[in-house]
Design a protein around this ligand. Structure first.
Ligand code: ATP
Ligand code: MG
Length: 322
């Protein structure tokens, strides 16, 4: 699917649909490769690949890896306390953006250039390798997507009963934690109840995941609101570090992991589709839905769709980070 890059000092161990993981080339391999290949740190490289309906599409979106990495790093910094809130532990060790090191330790330019190969600067982060929780920590402040689909059928989202009169795209009375089981490679993630989360990770970890996820969502939603944006929903991943600390991992609050809407449009638009015009790959999904019957290989994305998607990503980054 993808050819791993030849990165000095790093050895490729895993490629997801969008990101490629590397471990230090001198680290020993216990498990024969894959995301569980343990080393104390890893290099996460975001590619320009875009996926929709579980397929990686062609061509990629030029600049996407860098835009999403920049956005993720900005949010890590906000959540480390730049937004005025308490510092949320994260997995970051080094990136091209200085001063963002975990525990508030600034990275010197030498540290960074020695860690991050020049060919991937801007779209790579060095992270602490964590023991990942098998849970996708989804928080929804608005009803849409798979939440809307379940609500229409059962009046619930992940087993949580909601008021009976909600429309697609409506704001929920309060944000809800709707976890999903992180399925092994190639399988669909599955929405689960809080009780099932307790069975998977134990009551203490389950509560910690829920409380952290809701706290981070609420902080981020406020920040977005100040910039005229709605954070409709988002997904976090956490892992436990060597000291047992629950640590925010993966990418955060990017347009791959979150739905952002324009607050003004949401308030005034006349159709649900219009009011939920989002800053993610909705343009790609809409085009694909109209031009592909979901059998065989998806068609090549036209230039116009690629450019409009790249513009949307850039616009989101500009509006959030100024
Ligand atoms: P998909 O293709 O469905 O997105 P994926 O989520 O596994 O699969 P990517 O998001 O492309 O693929 O790859 C990132 C991977 O790295 C994820 O498996 C994520 O759980 C893992 N990961 C992120 N941060 C850390 C960390 N600090 N320690 C260990 N694993 C991590
Ligand atoms: Mg992922």
């Amino acid at each position: 699917m993808t050819t791993p890059l030849d990165l000095p000092g790093w050895r490729h161990v895993y490629s997801g649909k969008v990101r490629d993981l590397y471990v230090p080339s001198d680290s020993s391999t216990s498990s024969g490769g894959g995301p569980d290949d343990r080393a104390d740190r890893m290099l996460v490289v975001a590619s320009d690949r875009v996926s929709a309906f579980d397929h990686v599409l062609s061509p990629g979106i030029p600049g996407k890896g860098e835009l999403l990495t920049t956005l993720s790093l900005w949010w890590f910094d906000q959540l480390a306390g730049a937004d005025g809130g308490r510092g949320i532990p994260n997995h970051l060790v080094a990136s091209h953006t200085l001063g963002l090191g975990r525990d508030g330790v600034a990275n010197t330019p030498d540290d960074v250039t020695s860690l991050i190969p020049a060919t991937v600067t801007g779209r790579a982060m060095v992270v602490k390798s964590l023991e990942m929780m098998p849970i996708e920590c989804v928080v929804r402040g608005y009803l849409t997507g798979s939440g809307w689909a379940e609500y229409v059928q059962h009046g619930t989202v992940c087993g949580i009963r909601l008021p009976g009169d909600l429309a697609n795209g409506d704001r929920l009375p309060a944000p809800i934690f709707t976890p999903a089981y992180k399925a092994p490679m190639g399988e669909h993630d599955e929405n689960i109840s809080f009780d099932q989360t307790v069975q998977l990770v134990g009551p203490d970890r389950a509560e910690e995941l829920r409380d952290l996820s809701l706290e981070i969502y609420e902080r981020a939603a406020r920040t977005a609101e100040d910039r005229g944006l709605i954070l409709a929903d988002t997904k976090f991943e956490f892992g436990v570090d060597d000291g047992g600390v629950m640590t925010l991992a993966d990418e955060v609050l990017t347009s791959d992991s979150s739905r952002y809407w324009d607050a003004g449009t949401w308030a005034t638009a006349s159709t649900p589709h219009e009011r939920m015009a989002s800053f993610d790959k909705q343009i790609v999904r809409d085009w694909l839905a109209a031009n592909w019957d979901r059998s065989g290989v998806p068609p090549e994305l036209p230039d116009e769709i690629v450019e409009r998607t790249a513009d949307r990503y850039r616009e989101l980054l500009g509006r959030l980070t100024g």
